[in-house]
Design a protein around this ligand. Structure first.
Ligand code: AMP
Length: 540
């Protein structure tokens, strides 16, 4: 079916599933596939025969080949291996997570190390092939969505995955923004909407003001570690405990049993969105004295609600905080959009109704709206009269100060594109300066994500540094001389926050010893430590 115009894809690269949409004759549709819609499990595996498997085939063999089946890449992509989050979650995965050449988290598949952009690229490449075969033309351009709460490293890593898959990534768009676009485009709305997006691995919330086709993000927040898998983990723990009580058998040491329980827990959770009671049944999950032991555990909707209540409450605390950041009340929100598979759970829908005092919007497809919105954005970028998206930064960006404090350069919720500047201190002793750049909500850099280090030679002392956020929310840093010449700087990434912390302690120690040698007073010593940064940035 040849088309006159090139087709652009909108891709929702999800933790659990990836959904692909396109626009034809101004109507956005999910790309059809032999299984209905192109919603592909975001799973990559290597079979025993050495074949690379992607999507359903990869997911289907997960139980028998857990070590060589990579799922949940979205939780790891763009993160440092030594970051707290990766260290905290790596034990939950049945495959091996290792440190890549630049300190990033990477995975092992059939004995070979792959970067996470490579893994996601396999998924994207598969989507590209299916879309090309179905729509009958080569497709080279795409818009890929990311959680609004992704930091700069994660956004860059997804963009890299798109490039590796052979796409010209026209733009990275925030998932809630894409969902709002799918809801509001060409509808002439003039009101505030709140997008509550609870997917497989991440939770995002955004408040947008719609004025016709101008969509402005007012506030955004979320948690990259709150999603359907956390709900599943609660059920898994319950099942393991019940089984242990019944049989005194501990299944945690058996990867195959654990994988079967994981699948059974998720299936039970999904069934309980429709039914009030189900039974998780796994025949021959273990054996005793050579005889098979079956697992049979009934679970009710009430029980699962109790198991996950605090997770749902946590999500609404985040909603409350996001509203509070812009002094908004619940009543200011005219429409609540539920996005992401986990919002199918009646408990989530009920809580949303209770919280806002009105039912959330039905008719927005929770699994497809992000991909549809991304496709609509892609289409509109080809037109002159396009939609205007004004997005916002989800987490502050700044640099490390002495004692591990975080000094913000760009504030949260600033509208993008944006530019924030500061001036470097004058050179001291002809030495250069290094600034370690972080992104996150905490006042302590140790809790934030390390983005990289900026190295300034002594010659640029006193010059202006610009932090520029482009419309994809990607950070560019330039240095501007007195005559206005600008030069882009790259962030060197190697050290982890932990390594940096040690480095600062060493630096402090070195200066203390130096100071002692020069017999300075304690005040003079403390002033000496990063005094230049304090002077310029007014730190205490
Ligand atoms: P997404 O990342 O948006 O594809 O969401 C996937 C998550 O939604 C997974 O954790 C699924 O288990 C969960 N999910 C999908 N359908 C349902 C359902 N009917 N009820 C509860 N959770 C669901």
């Amino acid at each position: 079916m040849p088309a006159d115009k090139p087709i652009l894809l909108g891709i929702d690269l999800g933790t659990t599933n990836t959904c692909v949409a396109y626009v034809r004759n101004k109507v956005a549709r999910v790309v059809p596939s032999d299984k209905g819609s192109l919603i592909l499990p975001s799973v990559v595996a290597m079979s025993d025969k050495g074949d690379l498997l992607v999507g359903n085939v990869a997911k289907d063999q997960m139980v028998v080949n857990p070590r060589n089946t990579i799922y949940g890449a979205k939780r790891l992509i763009g993160r440092q291996y030594n970051s707290k989050v990766v260290q905290d979650i790596k034990h939950y995965f049945s495959y091996e997570i290792v440190e890549g050449p630049n300190g990033e988290a990477a995975v092992v598949l059939a004995g070979k190390v792959y970067s996470l952009p490579q893994i996601s690229a396999f998924v994207l490449q598969h989507c590209k092939r299916v879309a090309e075969a179905t729509l009958g033309q080569e497709i080279t351009e795409a818009i890929i969505s990311v959680p609004a709460y992704y930091n700069d490293n994660q956004r860059n890593a997804v963009k890299e995955a798109g490039l590796l898959a052979g796409f010209n990534v026209k733009r990275i768009v925030n998932e809630p923004t894409a969902a709002a676009l799918a809801y509001g485009l060409n509808r002439g709305f003039d009101h505030k909407v709140l997008v509550y997006d609870l997917g497989g691995g991440t939770f995002d919330v955004s408040v947008l003001q719609l004025h016709g086709n101008v969509m402005e993000v007012l506030a955004t927040g979320g948690d990259t570690f709150l999603g359907g898998v956390d709900f599943d983990n609660r059920i898994i723990d319950y099942v393991l405990e019940e089984f242990r009580t019944q049989t005194k058998i501990d299944l945690t040491q058996s990867p195959i049993a654990m994988q079967r329980i994981k699948n059974g827990a998720e299936a039970a959770k999904i069934d309980l969105s429709l039914l009030s009671n189900v039974v998780i049944e796994l025949p021959y999950v273990s054996e005793r004295k050579g005889k098979p032991v079956d697992l049979r555990i009934p679970i009710s909707r009430e029980r699962i609600n109790a198991l996950v209540m605090d997770l749902v409450d946590k999500s609404f605390q985040i909603v409350e905080r996001v509203l509070g950041e812009k002094n908004l009340n619940r009543g200011d929100i005219q429409e609540v959009l539920l996005v992401g598979g986990q919002t199918r759970m009646p408990l989530v829908q009920g809580k949303a109704h209770q919280f806002f005092g009105k039912p959330p919007r039905k008719g927005v497809h929770p699994d497809e709206s992000v991909a549809l919105g991304a496709a609509l954005l892609a289409e509109s970028m080809q037109e002159i009269d396009s939609v205007t998206l004004v997005d916002a930064l989800s987490m502050p960006i700044g640099f490390a100060m002495p004692g591990g404090r975080f000094r913000k350069v760009i504030e949260k919720n600033i509208q993008i594109p944006s530019k924030s500047s500061f001036r470097l201190p004058p050179a001291r002793d002809g030495r250069g300066l290094e600034l370690d750049i972080f992104q996150g909500d905490s006042d302590r850099i140790i809790d934030n994500e390390y983005l990289g280090t900026l190295k300034f030679p002594a010659e640029v002392a006193g010059q202006r540094v610009n932090f520029i956020l482009d419309e994809e929310c990607l950070l560019h840093v330039t240095i501007e001389s007195a005559s206005g010449d600008t030069r882009e700087l790259t962030l060197a990434t190697k050290d982890t926050p932990e390594a940096l912390k040690v480095a600062w302690q060493e630096e402090a120690e070195r200066r203390r010893i130096d100071a002692e040698r020069q017999a300075l007073t304690p005040e003079e010593q403390s002033r000496g430590l990063f005094a230049s940064i304090r002077k310029v940035f007014g730190g205490q």
